[in-house]
Write a protein that binds this ligand. Structure first.
Ligand SMILES: Nc1nc2c(ncn2[C@@H]2O[C@H](COP(=O)(O)OP(=O)(O)OP(=O)(O)O)[C@@H](O)[C@H]2O)c(=O)[nH]1
Ligand SMILES: [Mg+2]
Length: 222
């Protein structure tokens, strides 16, 4: 197995540029509408997987973070929407919402809070026609957990296109990396092109993931 796949190599020459990002609003109640009707892509993952860090890196906001990096896992309990204006790899602007879903799998959050999570997320994922796809984050050191698999099944059941970002790859020892990533590709059992190794620390995977998002967002769009 070789990662990244050949298709992603060609992407690196034609980067997506992020022009502007602003917080657009949040949803805290199941079924409440998103702040607008733009095409959108949602980010899901267990708590502490590195979602806020990935979003900040992806949006070029490492120095002035827009997504809060928490000290206490599971703090974010609303769906956050960021309005992003990007310039595509083939030119032309495209605007979208990057949607930050609350993390799942947190052990230290009260049961009552955890029970609110499911209807909030599921109503959003099943009831948003502008949602073009989901990026599910998986910890590269761990591979998919039981809860990750549950989420994957839910997304597949909804017919939502899904990409997988393997987070914190900088933490893999160089000697283990190839084997670890190959193991995750096998465990996920999806097309290799759907999987992007990512590091918020080094920026690895940023351009590839942005290219994949552009493809998702432009599908069925213009
Ligand atoms: N080395 C390394 N550490 C990372 C990376 N991404 C995140 N972290 C660290 O992992 C911890 C959790 O990161 P967050 O981005 O807050 O994770 P989250 O998934 O948003 O967490 P919650 O919002 O609490 O669910 C922080 O201590 C980060 O600094 C990465 O790519 N490399
Ligand atoms: Mg977070």
């Amino acid at each position: 197995m070789s990662l990244p796949p050949a298709r992603t190599q060609t992407r690196l020459a034609v980067r997506v540029k992020i022009q502007a990002v602003e917080f657009a609003g949040m949803v805290a109640r199941p079924g409440a509408p998103p702040p607008g009707r733009l095409p959108q892509v949602a980010f899901a993952g267990r708590s502490n997987v590195g979602k806020s860090s990935l979003i900040n890196r992806l949006l070029g906001r490492t120095r002035s973070p827009i997504a809060h990096v928490s000290v206490t896992p599971g703090r974010t309990q609303q769906i956050h929407f960021y309005l992003v204006r990007a310039v595509g790899s083939r030119g032309g602007d495209f605007d979208f919402y990057l949607v930050d879903l609350p993390g799942y799998g947190f052990a230290h959050v009260p049961l009552e809070v955890r029970q609110r999570w499911r209807p909030l997320i599921e109503r959003y994922l099943s009831g948003t026609p502008e949602l073009r796809g989901v990026v599910q984050l998986i910890d590269a050191r761990q591979g998919p957990t039981t809860e990750d698999r549950r989420m994957m099944q839910y997304l597949a059941g909804q017919g939502l296109p899904t990409l997988f970002a393997l987070t914190k790859v900088d933490k893999l020892k160089a000697s283990d990396r190839q084997k670890m990533l190959a193991g995750i590709v096998e465990a996920l059992d999806v097309d290799e092109e759907q999987i992007v190794p990512f590091s918020a620390r080094t920026g690895e995977g940023r351009d590839v993931l942005l290219g994949c998002l552009e493809d998702l967002l432009r599908q069925g769009g213009e």
